[in-house]
Design a protein around this ligand. Structure first.
Ligand SMILES: [Zn+2]
Length: 325
C-alpha cells in the first residue's frame, strides 16, 4: 500500500505546476548558470628558427629563408615574418618571426642576415671524431648558421654523426681504426678500414660518402714505417681517385695535433692563415676540447672580416699536399 502511495505522489508532483517549474529551473541552471572555470591560456607559442640566429650570404646569391618550426599548446596561433633581405646589396638585414595566439601570448625571434662581399671562403674541417666535445661544437656551428665538414672515425657516438648529418654538415671518411700500422701496411688493409667507416656512416645517415681525408694527410711520411717501402701513398691517391673518391688535405693547420695546446694558439694559428681572396681548408680535431673551444671566436673573427664559411663537397678546393711516399 505504501509503494502505491509513493508512486501516486510522484505522478502528481511531475504533473503539477510545481514539478514543471522545478524541471525548467534545473534546465536553465545547467545551461546558463553553471559554467566550469575556463583554463586560462598563459602559454605562448614556441618558435625554433631553422638555421640559427645569424647567417651569411655572398652578395647577389639567392636568399632562401631557412624557416622555422612552431607549435602552441592551446588554441589557435599565427606566425608573421617581418623584414626583407636585399641580396643584391651588401648589408645586415634583420628578419623577425612573431607568433601570436588567440589569447594574445606572443613569442618573437629574430635572425640577422649578413650579405657580404666575401673576403675568402673558409672550410672548417674536424678530424678524428665524434667525441664528447662534438655536441658543443655542433651547438656553436648552429648558433652561427655555419656548415662544416667532419672526417669521422669508427669511434664516438652514432647519435653525433646523425646530428652532424641532420644539421647540414658534410660527414666524410677519415679512418675506422686510425691505426697507422694497420691502414698503411697494405692497400687491402687501407680499403678494408675505409669500407668499415664508410659502412658506419651509411648505416647512420643512409648516404654513402665519397669524400675522404687520409690519416696524417696525403703527404704523410709515417706510412713509410709500415708499407715495406712500397710507396703506399702514391698507390692510394691513385686508387681512391679511381674508385670515385675525392680526397682532401688542408692549407690552414691549426696545429692542434702538434705544438698548439691552448684555444688562443688555435685561434691565432687559424685566423692568421686565412687566405685573403682565396680558399682556406682548415684542419682541426673535434677530439681536442681546447680546439673546439676556439671555434666560436674563429667564426666571429671570420664573420667580422667577411669570410664565408662553407662545408666541403665533391667540387670544392681539395688543398692537396705533395705526396712524399
Ligand atoms: Zn686523424
Amino acid at each position: 500500500m505504501r509503494v502505491l502511495h509513493f508512486r501516486h505522489f510522484l505522478k502528481t508532483l511531475l504533473l503539477s505546476t510545481f514539478g514543471v517549474y522545478v524541471a525548467i529551473m534545473l534546465t536553465v541552471f545547467s545551461l546558463f548558470i553553471y559554467r566550469p572555470e575556463p583554463v586560462p591560456d598563459t602559454f605562448a607559442p614556441v618558435i625554433e628558427l631553422k638555421g640559427g640566429e645569424s647567417m651569411t650570404l655572398p652578395v647577389n646569391d639567392n636568399f632562401v629563408d631557412p624557416g622555422y618550426d612552431s607549435y602552441d599548446i592551446l588554441g589557435e596561433y599565427e606566425v608573421k615574418v617581418e623584414g626583407e633581405v636585399d641580396a643584391s646589396k651588401v648589408g645586415d638585414y634583420a628578419i623577425k618571426y612573431v607568433a601570436i595566439d588567440d589569447s594574445g601570448n606572443t613569442t618573437e625571434k629574430s635572425r640577422v642576415v649578413h650579405v657580404i662581399q666575401p673576403a675568402g671562403i673558409v672550410y672548417l674541417t674536424f678530424d678524428d671524431g665524434p667525441s664528447e666535445h662534438t655536441a658543443r661544437l655542433l651547438n656553436v656551428l648552429k648558433k652561427y648558421g655555419v656548415k662544416a665538414t667532419f672526417f669521422v672515425t669508427g669511434f664516438g657516438d652514432d647519435a653525433m654523426i646523425k646530428r652532424e648529418f641532420d644539421e647540414g654538415h658534410t660527414v666524410a671518411l677519415h679512418t675506422n681504426t686510425h691505426n697507422y700500422s694497420y691502414v698503411y701496411s697494405s692497400v687491402d688493409n687501407y680499403f678494408a678500414d675505409l669500407n668499415a667507416v664508410s659502412n658506419r656512416i651509411k648505416s647512420i645517415t643512409g648516404q654513402e660518402s665519397k669524400l675522404l681525408r687520409f690519416p696524417g694527410g696525403s703527404s704523410n711520411l709515417v706510412s713509410r714505417r709500415y708499407d715495406g717501402r712500397t710507396r703506399i701513398m702514391s698507390k692510394l691517391v691513385n686508387e681512391v681517385t679511381k674508385r670515385g673518391y675525392t680526397y682532401f688535405d688542408w692549407n690552414v693547420d691549426s696545429n692542434d695535433a702538434g705544438g698548439a695546446k691552448t684555444s688562443d694558439e688555435v685561434f691565432n694559428n687559424v685566423t692568421s692563415r686565412f687566405v685573403q681572396g682565396g680558399e682556406s681548408v682548415v684542419l682541426q680535431h673535434d677530439v681536442k676540447g681546447f680546439s673546439v673551444d676556439a671555434v666560436e671566436r674563429i667564426i666571429q673573427y671570420g664573420t667580422q672580416h667577411n669570410f664565408l664559411f662553407k662545408a666541403l663537397d665533391s667540387t670544392s678546393y681539395t688543398a692537396h699536399h705533395g705526396v712524399n711516399n
